[in-house]
Design a protein around this ligand. Sequence first.
Ligand code: PLP
Length: 442
Amino acid sequence: ATNRLRQASARSRSKHLFDRAKGVFTDGTTRASVERDPFPIYAQRGEGAYLVDVDGNRLLDLNNNFTTLIHGHGFAHVSEAVVDLLRLGTCFANPTEHEIALAELLTARIPAMERVRFVNSGTEAVMFAIKAARAFTARPAIARIEGAYHGAYDWAEAGQGVSPGKDGWDPIPIPTPTYRGTPSSVADEVHLLRFNDVEGLERRLSAASDRIACVLIDPMPSRAGLLHPEPTFIEALSETAHKYGILIVADEVLNLRQGYAGASPRYGLKPDLVTAGKIIGGGFPIGAIGGREEVMRVFGTENAQPLLPQGGTFSANPVSMAAGLAAMEAMTPDAFDRLEAMGERLRAGLRASIASRDARFSVTGAASLFRIHPKRVAPLEYRDAHLSAEEAWIMRTMSRYFLEAGILLPYGAAACLSTPMVHSDIDRILSAFDEFLEAKIG
Ligand code: PLP
């Protein structure tokens, strides 16, 4: 039986906090991507796979701070490393051994990361990867996948919001800046590619090949649909980019959690630069840019002058470094395998429910990640995954239904498992989904 949430009064503190927050935050909260209708669920603490809200409800957390917490909440190994460090100080202008240890772990595991630099967020990591590609190639533009999310750097966000318009999709997508106020000139230096569109690759890259520094690609773009890459697409992308001297930047800020060596090797992608974030900080702010030694040399000096200056007051701060090291050390190949097996079981179970009820849903994802779509056929590109107003309503309703069953399920984004989860947690997710389908909402 599902652990039904106690009714309305059981969320009175969250409601009260939201009323208070509206006095200080535009729109009521800084946490942009959480449900706020009628009010967000305010977190009080975390306990392994569970988040406990301010009203004392225990919720199975499939958000894990936007896929960051691969060990769930309050992982002892991380907490102990951080507490030890706090006694010694939290940040210094001087480097510490902690940054070397985390860099050694990442370069040993991730084939494309011969050299690394640390920053404080995935947004910054993508920004510096783009700057590095521009510095290395002496070209100004980038190409990126329509609909994918790569953080808030101007050139990385343009093209995230391609819209179907009134008469269906434009045959050539227009990289409209997503955020109000981004100069329209940014879009002139952003070329959009459709995910899994082999045929369009050559046409789109050749049209501006001498201006494009890099293709920015998440091997399984989550916002665009947590899309499965077709091997032929990855192969064609590699060939075409190579032919035109365009670098490949794999944005693994989210998908690094797919395996011990990250996501690219799983799909045969051999990037020149890789960005990481989320899980590598153990729950603390982090980002990393890594890549081929030859390309990463742009961060070095020439005649004592920095080529591409990259700093940051809190970059490589020892707290994030030590927390990240503790979290990543615990992610052994066995730990990844166990999460993957649970993920496989979950996705297979969701698909079995859909098939047995002949429901208009599909599931994508790999390893510990999954996303449910209100679409009969699993999307291959953003245009397939894009939700109509009615479909968006179905997904929000599903998310609310899960909340009533004591499960936090993000919608329009990747959901994920964490290492403290056990098979009975998977059973709970499966029965909540099956009950939702039985209720025939949508
Ligand atoms: N790139 C990808 C693929 C992401 O999923 C995200 C965040 O969700 C980012 C970049 C931005 O990372 P951050 O939120 O740490 O700035």
